[in-house]
Design a protein around this ligand. Structure first.
Ligand code: GLC
Ligand code: GLC
Length: 651
């Protein structure tokens, strides 16, 4: 859009731009800047317009973008142009992801490079490497307390190692996803050190207070993220003699985004990693970016403005790079992180589908899809050019983030139901063999979350211990059922490393004083590669899970209907144990796949006549994409095996 005011500001900026920048060939940069500048200017003004140094800051913003554009490698600039042409590229079903810790998957970045074939063997072509930047030697929240945003943690390697890895991944058509921890730094970061030493400029990078007055005011409405290990949201810093806002752990200092210098620094960091070859950046804890007295300091409107501004600026420099919003918040809030536009994601193109994840865990515990059917209706239709990350497990705990209203509508009493789930997954419930460990228990609110690997939570650990072949089979079925759900729902399926081998809990963290108080370490294991070799040996758990997933992934990738174009209809059926939806081809609606999942331990039946749109004459022609076989149908009744699923199409 053309608007005089922003255009004349842009002219001023370009007139004053450093001669070094002015000399470069910046054609693509200028066309994109022109196209985005109205939006950039209005967002920047909304956020920082009241400041005396506004114009100076706007100049710095444009120069930051220009410099990063200049250092963007030619091959990445080409990729940007390809992706601008094929702008829906990431909605394809061809992408299947995995999240992992570099030092859990291999010793270090070099080791990862040697293991890339493993991803190809399974069919993974998007790899999210958990934080690998410099962080404190001791507690670092698994790398989410960053001490230097531009240096790799020497324990995993060097920048050169990362570049080599990223080059190799690109050659193999594997996307690289890296974290940018936007919300906070470690207290060992240079900015924190300077703030601590009394430097006012850097104190203004954080939220620091001389007395408790303001912190106490904030505390009236803020929640606690880590109530057991880091109660409260402020930490007294002895050296600085000030309180500092620390929403997560006491060594994670929240950045002050009401200071434009912080915004520009973090934009520069984002563009830096984009230029290192990251295809996708996972923006951590985005819900927390803006702090306002009297609010929970989550999901504030300004947090969205910051993300929009980051997106607009990134579009100028590195338009091929996508953002993932890590916002584990209510469904209605989550979709706002795509940006409130009709079509295009104006903030992040991808968001974690935590709602679906938590609902799937509910279905497994209750052995029915009542809450799943109810809760999933709240996940609003996503924008056209945006997609979900669908996952069963990740490095964090499982929060029971569904709505009490939905729990009630599904026929349960909310408090009791939540208690049931916690008891179920921590194995306290009679009928449960789950081996979850509680996380974030909050005595004040009665809230708790759950840690544990997928395999241990679905009873595989128990089944192996008691050497019960049927229980082992059932757990494997549940592991596959979970994956069938994240692969068919629409969005990018994101596996968690080790789940493809049935990895069970690793309790050794309790002996490590740095990790002992954080039960999430129970599922942040080191892959045992000798054991992983068993994936080639028939009859082993590893073989059963790995080969099934490998097959499931390959079928998924071949099935265009699984691409994410809002082409899903939920189908509510009478049998509460079943979760049913259809996926269809947006161009030929008669081309469709019926997904049926049975969360019960007994076979369940589905009356096919009740599926109005799936006309009668076709029963005989239904084929399951996954097995290639005709499903069990008796007259008009489809029989779904215990913990089984179908991906049915009309042959
Ligand atoms: C995100 C990460 C989590 C971390 C937190 C603070 O939620 O996923 O692991 O503890 O941010 O950085
Ligand atoms: C908070 C964050 C969530 C993260 C969790 C870490 O709840 O909102 O993103 O998963 O902390 O356990």
């Amino acid at each position: 859009m053309y608007e005089q005011l922003s255009h004349s500001l842009l002219n001023d900026i370009l007139n004053k731009i450093e001669p070094k920048i002015a000399k470069q060939d910046l054609r693509y940069f200028y066309t994109r800047l022109g196209a985005n500048f109205y939006a950039i200017h209005s967002l920047f003004e909304k956020l920082y317009g009241g400041r005396n140094d506004f114009e100076e800051q706007a100049q710095a913003l444009v120069e930051t973008m220009a410099k990063q554009y200049i250092s963007r490698p030619e091959k990445l600039r080409k990729l940007d142009i390809d992706r601008e042409l094929d702008y829906n590229w990431f909605l394809s079903q061809k992408w299947v992801g995995m999240t992992l810790y570099c030092n859990g998957f291999a010793d270090n970045l070099k080791g990862m490079r040697n293991n890339l074939h493993y991803f190809q063997e399974l069919g993974i072509n998007l790899v999210h490497i958990m934080p690998i930047l410099r962080c404190p030697e001791g507690s670092s929240d698994g790398g989410y307390a960053v001490s230097d945003f531009r240096k790799i943690d020497p324990r995993v390697g060097t920048l050169e190692d990362l570049q080599n890895l990223s080059d190799d991944m690109q050659q193999r058509d594997i996307l690289l996803t890296l974290d940018v921890v936007l919300n906070h730094t470690s207290d060992e970061h240079e900015w924190a050190k300077k703030a601590r030493a009394g430097d006012k400029k850097y104190q203004d990078y954080f939220y620091t207070f001389g007395s408790r007055t303001v912190p106490d005011m904030f505390e009236q409405n803020m929640l606690e993220v880590f109530p057991e290990t880091a109660p409260g949201n402020f930490t007294w810093d002895e050296e600085m003699q000030r309180w500092v806002m620390t929403v997560f752990n006491n060594y994670q200092w929240d950045l002050n985004y009401s200071n434009p210098a912080v915004f520009i620094e973090m934009l520069d960091v984002i563009l830096y990693w984009a230029n290192m070859g990251a295809d996708i950046l996972r923006l951590d804890a985005v819900a927390f970016l803006w702090k306002k007295i009297g609010s929970t300091c989550q999901n504030e409107r300004e947090a969205h403005l910051i993300l929009q501004l980051l997106k607009d600026c990134c579009q100028v420099v590195a338009p091929g790079v996508l953002f993932i919003a890590e916002a584990i918040v209510a469904p209605l809030e989550v979709t706002k992180y795509f940006g409130e536009d009709a079509i295009i994601a104006k903030e992040c193109e991808i968001a974690y589908n935590a709602t679906y994840m938590a609902l799937l865990w509910d279905a497994v515990a209750t052995k029915n899809a009542k809450l799943l059917n109810q809760g999933i209706k709240n996940v609003p239709v996503k924008l056209e050019r945006a997609t979900w990350l669908n996952y069963a497990r990740c490095h964090d705990d499982i929060g029971l983030g569904f709505d009490d209203k939905d729990i009630a509508l599904a026929g349960y009493e909310p408090v009791n139901h939540r208690k049931f789930l916690i008891d179920y997954y921590s194995g306290k419930f009679d009928d449960s063999h789950a081996r979850g460990v509680l996380f974030g228990e909050n005595e004040k609110t009665g809230d708790a979350r759950i840690s544990g690997t997928l395999a241990s939570l679905v009873g595989l650990q128990h089944a192996i211990e008691i050497d019960d072949p049927i229980a082992i089979q059932n757990s494997i079925k549940l592991i596959l059922l979970f994956h069938s759900m994240i692969l068919s729902f629409g969005g990018i399926p994101l596996l968690y490393y080790g789940d493809e081998l049935g990895t069970i809990n690793d309790d050794s963290y309790v002996n490590d004083p740095i990790k002992a108080s954080d039960s999430r370490w129970v599922h942040r294991h080191v892959i045992d590669w000798k054991k992983a070799e068993l994936r080639h040996t028939r009859g082993t758990v590893e073989h059963s899970i790995f080969t099934a997933l490998k097959h499931m992934i390959s079928v998924h990738k071949e099935t265009g209907i699984f691409a994410d174009f809002n082409n899903r209809n939920l189908i509510e059926v009478e049998n509460p144990h079943l979760f049913v939806f259809e996926r269809y081809d947006i161009n030929r609606v008669s081309e469709r796949v019926l997904v049926v999942a049975n969360f019960d331990g007994k076979p369940q039946n589905l009356d096919l006549d009740s599926l109005v749109s799936w006309g009668l004459p076709h029963y005989g022609q239904l084929v399951d994409l996954y097995t290639g076989q005709r499903p069990e149908i008796f007259k008009n009744t489809l029989v779904v095996p215990s913990f089984g699923f179908y991906w049915l199409y009309e042959a």
